[in-house]
Design a protein around this ligand. Structure first.
Ligand code: PEP
Length: 263
């Protein structure tokens, strides 16, 4: 269903009216985690200043440590819905448990399946039946073939509104959090008609890598990027070191507008 064999045209997916697909480079930005209304609204304004068309923000956080901040759950979803009201930005947010899909879908414009859940087949089937577009992150240990098969689980439930997101894979390299596999973009775009975007924040894990990796994403033909921004990253409850700050927004906006035109 997601293969290009029977569907040679590349697809455009619409999220709250915003297109993701060939011919555009969609910017999705926002805080890694929703912490407070004020922080989420400030981050959303930062995202808008950089030209973002969609707001990201996690209310359910899949953390490596069970002692780390796990997200505000439904309270976080309510904050996102309020901030959507205030900014007009449609929301992308993660769901980590099949039992929460209905709840998250009642607030979100797009459901995110994270790297750690790429092969959680019950979750994939549940989001496939939820009636919302889905962003499927590549498992950090998954091949492109396994990633596309995961998308197939969603599609099989009748939902073809899927965006693939490359967010870095595990390699022997320790200088970056994960290794951004830029070749995954053209490979996945050749094999599948689905749009493919890049997450330069979670792959690099460090602020100073985000803009260079964003340039790489645009240059390799990604259909969008999803980027963490935070008004006060030193106080962030999740992944502060990779969040862009106010001072980075002008350059991000420039990369998003000028760079595609140069190609
Ligand atoms: C996220 O985008 O908030 C996230 C946790 O990303 P990943 O699943 O890629 O680690």
């Amino acid at each position: 269903l997601v293969s290009r064999e029977n569907h040679p045209e590349r697809s455009t997916i619409h999220v709250g009216g915003v297109p993701i697909g060939p011919g555009t480079v969609t910017l999705i930005a926002g805080p890694c985690a929703v912490e407070t209304h004020e922080q989420t609204l400030e981050a959303a304004r930062m995202a808008q200043a950089a030209g973002a068309a969609l707001l990201r923000g996690g209310a359910f956080k899949p953390r490596t440590s069970p002692y780390a901040f796990q997200g505000l759950a439904e309270q976080g979803l309510r904050i996102l819905a309020d901030v959507r009201e205030e900014t007009g930005l449609p929301i992308v947010t993660e769901v980590v448990d099949a039992r929460d899909v209905e709840l998250v879908a009642s607030y979100a414009d797009m459901l995110q399946v994270g790297t750690r859940n790429m092969q959680n087949f019950a979750l994939l089937q549940a989001v496939g039946a939820a009636g919302r577009p889905v962003m499927l992150k590549r498992g950090m240990n998954a091949t492109i073939e396994e990633w596309l098969m995961a998308a197939e689980y969603i599609a099989q439930r009748g939902n073809l509104d899927i965006v693939l997101c490359e967010r870095g894979i595990r390699t022997f390299e320790t200088a970056t959090r994960n290794t951004l596999d830029v070749s995954a973009v053209p490979v996945a775009q050749r094999l599948s008609h689905l749009p493919v975007i890049i997450d330069p924040s979670h792959s690099g894990g460090r602020r100073e890598l985000v803009l260079p990796l964003t340039r790489a994403a645009v240059a390799v033909g990604a259909d969008g990027v999803i980027i963490d921004v935070h008004p006060r990253p030193d106080q962030a409850l999740c992944d502060g070191p990779q969040a862009l700050v106010d001072a980075d927004l002008g350059e991000l906006a420039q990369v998003m507008t000028d760079f595609p035109a140069l190609l």
